[in-house]
Design a protein. Structure first.
Length: 343
């Protein structure tokens, strides 16, 4: 009886060698994953916004200051206000996308610790209400990502969503959560509409996500969905999660809750372009806020039952008054009959 054979990389192998082939393929896959993972550990490059802990739109009177950092994402217990390494002004380029689709060069300045921008400001005006996107790019140049002695080019990207509202200002007609500009930002990650409802996230909540609420996210590379992209999520409190996007580049995520405060969260996706061998690492910064109290989250049902209860109470009071009036009337009639009978 002839033993069955299988093919590995186009060559027939005996059953006794199947395990060897499988291990070779597994090791190869692990090496590729390890390389991407190694890049991911050093590719953190993000916008930091201190003091903006509540979902609220910025304005000319209440601007936001964003600072750029790179390196390791700071966690609680690392000094409280610890941040990453500083970024120099001449090493980055930045743009801002307005709600009408216009993309303009961002006005950066060298702050005390790192590069920063203020929005809205004279350098970065806001002519419309709606969702703005702040985007920064830093090219690291040749980097030995896997300690093999071979340098690969690595590109870092950072994105931040800002909701802006000024009085007597028109709202932009083309808001988006993605730049969709392959030259400036070939790899990016961002939120989609709320799943299953058709409801779009209010631009007032741009840059924020609510704990225990499900969000649908998407990864794009060269303006197209990046199938099966590996995404890592880390929060300031140390919660980590790794997810894989589907064939359309989308995935669902439910952030956990920090019971004491709003906290920073960073979405990271890295991709090695097989045609160029270059690495691209993109980060999206958001703030995770605690969900509203249960009785508020059930506001729709609460309003319904409150209205129904009020209606039933009014009916009850009306019925009680009517019943008392009838009883009083009946008592008076009986008294009159008794008085006439005695007379």
């Amino acid at each position: 009886m002839m033993a069955s054979t299988e093919k590995c990389k186009g060559k027939s192998i005996e059953p006794t060698n199947r395990k060897v082939c499988f291990l070779v393929l597994l090791v190869s896959a692990l090496l590729a994953f390890s390389e991407s993972f190694a890049v991911a550990q050093t590719c953190l490059f993000w916008w930091e916004s201190k003091g903006r802990n509540k979902p609220a739109a910025v304005s000319a009177r209440n601007p936001v200051r964003l600072a750029l950092y790179r390196g390791q994402f700071p966690l609680d217990g690392q000094g409280g206000d610890a941040v990453g390494e500083s970024v120099h002004l001449n090493s980055v380029s930045a743009w801002i996308r307005s709600p009408d689709g216009t993309v303009l060069k961002a006005g950066l300045f060298q702050g005390e610790k790192t590069v920063a921008l203020e929005f809205p400001s004279e350098l970065n005006p806001a002519g419309l209400n709606g969702r703005y996107l702040a985007f920064a790019r830093m090219d690291a140049g040749p980097v030995d990502t896997d300690a093999e002695g071979k340098d690969k080019r690595v590109h870092y990207y950072a994105k931040y969503l800002i909701g802006c509202r000024n009085k007597e200002t028109a709202e932009g007609k083309r808001p988006d959560a993605f730049f969709k500009d392959a030259e400036k930002m070939p790899l990016e990650i961002g939120p989609l509409d709320t799943p299953g409802t058709g409801e779009k996230e209010s631009f007032l909540k741009a840059g924020f996500q609510e704990a225990r609420k499900k969000y649908r996210m998407k990864v794009l590379y060269n303006e197209k969905p990046l199938a099966h992209a590996d995404v890592s999520i880390v929060t300031q409190s140390g919660w980590e999660k790794r997810v894989k996007a589907d064939a359309e580049g989308t995935f669902l995520i439910t952030p956990i809750e920090n019971h004491t405060k709003a906290e920073r969260c960073l979405y990271t996706v890295c991709y090695k372009d097989p045609s160029t061998g270059e690495h691209h690492c993109s980060n999206l910064s958001v703030m995770i806020t605690a969900p509203p109290p249960l009785w508020i989250s059930k506001a729709g049902g609460f309003d319904f039952w409150a209205t129904l209860g009020s209606g039933l109470f009014i009916v009850y009071v009306t019925w009680t008054i009517y019943r008392k009036a009838r009883r009083d009337h009946k008592t008076m009639l009986e008294f009159e009959r008794y008085r006439i009978g005695r007379g």
